[in-house]
Each structure stands twice: as structure tokens, then as C-alpha cells.
Design a protein around this ligand. Structure first.
Ligand SMILES: [Zn+2]
Length: 277
């Protein structure tokens, strides 16, 4: 970046409006990755916005199901779930499910939302998580899995949007006319990361996560409510165990993230020439 004091230079904004923006590929990804943390933070009065990158139209076993209907249904389920957690806003970017790529258009749409909500923290998929599985010699019965390409694409789109584009006054200059000014995100929390370094104690909000996930009725059978709730608790208890082993933390239920703090220069004390604030 060049000289921030040069004539005509534009200072980027660094004071957040929202505490957190969570950006996932599909309806229900944000729930699995962050719902208990979001419910906890919302209960502390923090403002949170969720973003869903794709339209969710490949999330069904029925090839003849109408795309538009499925999209609208899943968006409604996501809104209901978000309400359960106390998330204030949900944005749908409606990219084609299963075919998301780190394109100019995708990056631009995320930059727009980052500048609109100015989140202190952005949560997203860890794009480095791809082939996940134990050594078959060590655990012969265990199976591995491949991380969904939309999850990896989302992680890459979001990280690229955060740096360099959201904070660069010369990137997407057409957004300045919409009063979407350059903004620097302070921290990144990556979910489903193979290199978790941060644990959030979600003992008080874990049951909200199980309840909210059941709002995704097109994805989960209502009769599975108890087993879903059980599964969510078991997973969170495992993460809490890891928190104890790695960091000596005492938690009953936890969500884990790879947290990255970013350098954010202080905002200028005097208002910028031409600024209305
Ligand atoms: Zn997904």
C-alpha cells in the first residue's frame, strides 16, 4: 500500500459495526461450524450477520425437485435457525450450489458485504482443509473424508476478500459511489480447521445449536431430533477434551477455531477531508 497521507489518499475504516460475520458455503454450514458461539455472543448483546454463498440447490436426493422451491425453502430454514441463535441478519448470495469458484464476481460480492457490515471478526471455512483422514495403519476401521469443494472455495474467496480487497481503496472503486468504503477486518476464525488454536466455551448455548439445526427440516428428519442433539453434544464434548489437552482449559462443551489476528492500523483522529462523519 502507498502513502496514506498523500493528497487524495483515502483512509480505510477500522472501527467495526458488527462483532461478527459468518460466511459459509451452504445453508447449515454456519450452524455446524459456529452456531453455539454465535448464540453465546448474541446473548452478550453482540451484533452478528450470517452469509450463505450458494443457493443450496444440490442439497436433496430428489433429482426432479424444483430448484427455485428448494432454494427458497432452504433460505427460510436458514432464517429460522439464525433467529433461534439470535443472529440479526442473514444474506444469501445464491451462487450455484456445488459449482462455487473463487471468481471476480464472488470476491466482489463478499467485499461488498464486508464493507457494508464492517465486522470485527469474520468466521469462514478453513480453505486448507481438503483430504481429512487418519493413518489407516493406526486406525484400520476409521474412514476419512474429502472436504466439499464449495467449502474450500468459500474459504479462499473470503480470505481474498478480506485481504487485499476489502481494505484497499483502489479495489472495486465503483463501490465508493455506494458509500461502501474500504474497511479492515480485525480477526479471522476458521472453522473445521485441522489446526485449531482457539476454543470457545459453549456450555450454556450448546442446546440452542441442536435446536437450531433441526430448523433445516429439508436436510434432517424431525424424528432424528434427539440423535442430532446427542451428536452435537458429543462432538462439542470431544472439542472440549481437546481444549483441555492442548491448552489446559476446563470446558464441558466447546467449539474450536483457527484464529488469526490481523494488523489493523489506527483510524485517523481528525475527520478526513470530504468525509461526512
Ligand atoms: Zn456445506
Amino acid at each position: 500500500m502507498g502513502d496514506r497521507t498523500a493528497e487524495g489518499a483515502m483512509e480505510m475504516l477500522t472501527t467495526p459495526d458488527y462483532e461478527a460475520m459468518v460466511i459459509g458455503a451452504h445453508p447449515d454450514d454456519n450452524d455446524f461450524g459456529t452456531a453455539a458461539t454465535c448464540a453465546l455472543w448474541a446473548s452478550q448483546g453482540k451484533k452478528i450477520v450470517w452469509v450463505v454463498m450458494t443457493d443450496g440447490t444440490e442439497g436433496s436426493e430428489i433429482p426432479s425437485q424444483n430448484d427455485e422451491e428448494l432454494m427458497l425453502l432452504r433460505e427460510q430454514e436458514q432464517r429460522l435457525a439464525a433467529e433461534t441463535y439470535g443472529v440479526q441478519a442473514v444474506e444469501f448470495l445464491r451462487n450455484h450450489d456445488g459449482h462455487l469458484v473463487n471468481s471476480e464476481e464472488a470476491r466482489r460480492s463478499v467485499v461488498k458485504l464486508i464493507r457494508k457490515y464492517r465486522p470485527r471478526v469474520v468466521f469462514t471455512h478453513d480453505p486448507t482443509a481438503h483430504i481429512m483422514g487418519p493413518d489407516p495403519d493406526e486406525k484400520p476401521q476409521a474412514t476419512g473424508y474429502l472436504n466439499h469443494p464449495d467449502h474450500r472455495a468459500t474459504g479462499n474467496i473470503v480470505l481474498d476478500a478480506i485481504f487485499p480487497f476489502a481494505g484497499n481503496p483502489r479495489s472495486y472503486r465503483e463501490l465508493l459511489a455506494e458509500n461502501l468504503q474500504p474497511y479492515r477486518v480485525h480477526e479471522i476464525y476458521l472453522f473445521n480447521s485441522p489446526t485449531t488454536n482457539t476454543y470457545v466455551d459453549v456450555t450454556t448455548s450448546i442446546d440452542q445449536k441442536g435446536k437450531g439445526l433441526m430448523c433445516h427440516a429439508s436436510q434432517f428428519n424431525p424424528e432424528d431430533r434427539d440423535s442430532m442433539s446427542q451428536r452435537i453434544r458429543e462432538r462439542a464434548a470431544m472439542v472440549a477434551k481437546e481444549a483441555k489437552e492442548k491448552k489446559g482449559l476446563e470446558m464441558q462443551f466447546a467449539e474450536g477455531f483457527r484464529r488469526v489476528k490481523l494488523h489493523v492500523p489506527p483510524e485517523p483522529k481528525t475527520p478526513m477531508p470530504g468525509s461526512e462523519e
